[in-house]
Design a protein around this ligand. Sequence first.
Ligand SMILES: N[C@@H](CCC(=O)N[C@@H](CS)C(=O)NCC(=O)O)C(=O)O
Length: 153
Amino acid sequence: MAETKAVEVCVKAATGAPNVLGDCKFCHRVILTLEVKKVPYKLHIINFVDKPQWFLEVSPEGKVPLIKFDDKWIAESDGPYVNGEKISAVDLSLAPKPYHIEIPLEHFKGWKIPENLIHLHNYLKLVFSLETFEKTKAEKKYVIARWKPRIEA
Ligand SMILES: N[C@@H](CCC(=O)N[C@@H](CS)C(=O)NCC(=O)O)C(=O)O
């Protein structure tokens, strides 16, 4: 049987405390996932003030998180969805909620998602325009009709 190599993860050190786990939300996600899935791993806390040479060799951009599977270091990739490049169950759970909240709030309360929340607007534009979302959403007028008796009661 092939030997399973240990998983290793590079994360950011805390500001002012180079041996303590720091505040990086991307790193937090990776190690939280490993903990929840009970995957053993070796943690490397990277001091950003003085990044070690071996780290810069495996992460030319000098970014964390970095995870090593089967002896290969992989950087997390960005993407338009919550989990990166591909739509996932997280987006499918999340996307209907703002759709059903935004319509009645705007109609009955004149409330809109603030313009300056650019990333949120871009995300919602993306998911709301998916053919599958279009196909499965209730029409705006029916979302309003459902809330009308509750709000005007
Ligand atoms: N998820 C993205 C972003 C990762 C990211 O931006 N990490 C920050 C830390 S929170 C970083 O390593 N920045 C490099 C630096 O500040 O030197 C990726 O992995 O491509």
